[in-house]
Ligand binder design. Sequence first.
Ligand SMILES: Nc1ncnc2c1ncn2[C@@H]1O[C@H](COP(=O)(O)OP(=O)(O)OP(=O)(O)O)[C@@H](O)[C@H]1O
Ligand SMILES: [Mg+2]
Length: 507
Amino acid sequence: MFGKAKQNQRDLFESERSFRLLVEGVADYALYMLDPNGIVTSWNIGGERIKGYTPSEILGRHFSAFYTETDRANGKPQRALKIAEEQGRYEEEGWRVRKDGTFFWASVMIDPIREDGRLVGFAKITRDITERREAQLKVEQMQAKLAESQKLDALGQLTGGVAHDFNNLLMIISGSLHTLRKGVPDEPRLQRALSAIEAASRRGAALTGQLLTFARRQSVNPQAVNVVERIDAIRDVLRTGVGSTVALQFDVGRSVWPVMVDVTELETALVNLVINARDAMPDGGNIRIAANNTTLREEAHSGDYVAISVEDSGTGIAPDVLSKIFDPFFTTKPVGKGTGLGLSQVHGFAHQAGGTVKVTSELGKGTKIAILLPRKDIDVPVDEISATASGGSGTVLLVDDNPEVAAVSSSLLEQLGYTVRRVDNAEAALREVERDGIDFVFSDIVMPGKMDGLALARHLKAIRPRLPILLATGYSDAAVNVRDDFPILRKPYEIHQLSQAIAKLPR
Ligand SMILES: Nc1ncnc2c1ncn2[C@@H]1O[C@H](COP(=O)(O)OP(=O)(O)OP(=O)(O)O)[C@@H](O)[C@H]1O
Ligand SMILES: [Mg+2]
């Protein structure tokens, strides 16, 4: 018997010892005891690891040492013990303080310990869940980003709508200009005024374009483009844009391959890059515009590309800014100076054309931004964009609900030599087609009423398969699904673009 009792005692001792070892050895949790007043009476390795105190430093001290000063001042530690005693448990997540004064996000549990109904102390478990909390915050940030992108989508829809109306206005301005130029006497003052209006309407068109690219609503009109010619064509615009303190250097190889892009978009992208380069050189400097052939061997982009680059000797871009420069509305420029859409347009343009954008920048030295566009196979004829409009003949049925736009369009058509019949809706257009004598139809896409321009075009294609149809739009949601069926002219268009589009109609 005696032996058995001793054995029991030894077992008890062993199990207590192993339990103590277990508690002391748990490194991921601070497991310790408090006396009824909150004085620390035991300590484990987890406590030391998480809070930084050795047993000798903390045993005998009040546990409020782990709380922030504000929490202490508010009596939070005492309240926690009281709640634990009254409700049988206290649980919380909150900031706690380590010995070295740093904070960690803690998950805390306090359990009262009773012996024969009498409170003898508290068991306390604390976990450091700073990392978990950070992961959670990251998730929340991602959700915020998603919300942000949904907001941008909504904003895109709004800008798309505004841009449509705006393009109609621009169409009236730029179209009327062409007519005015013919009638206005060759007086420098008047010609200058006309040029100013022209420049302003171009700028307006550029801005709407930027908004549309951002909204990914740009109706792209890709065509085979001779890069050398296009850069030549906007040389003067660029020179005027950069001002006199900046030297503009062109380095464009004559044998640069053609690319398949939207001409207006390409020009806008170049202007955006050059203006950025100028802004990065407040005290002047050099800008080099280059175009050359290159072959890429990358996963996403491989094959023949044309690199069009703009290089400046300006401020350069700081590494933390670099990752954001393509974000819509990201700008480091003062309010009113930059909208932060320039590089968004460049990015949207390059990617829509199947290419990409590369940036190299060194603080204090300068920046080089290159647009890489896939080479266009030669078999497609490169567009000769002639500024002079070639004449035509025949009768066109013009369908447009906006009287001012219609007036301008018919004036342009007449200048090109066509006879114009005008209607303001699709139903009237169908009646007019019945009357015969129409050589082709030129219709706006977005129109009120049962049938928009696209529906009209499809209907006409069914009943009059040989009647050529040209569509126009300042808005491109509709344009996206039409592209293959019918040629589309983007508003605002100039007379040579109109004449070209008509010339290309199948007859
Ligand atoms: N060549 C450059 N050198 C230094 N920083 C540049 C350069 N190009 C762009 N950046 C930085 O990238 C930011 C975004 O450029 P982005 O063209 O998108 O907008 P923005 O020029 O600020 O405004 P916006 O072009 O709409 O008028 C700029 O504000 C600038 O901080
Ligand atoms: Mg810019």
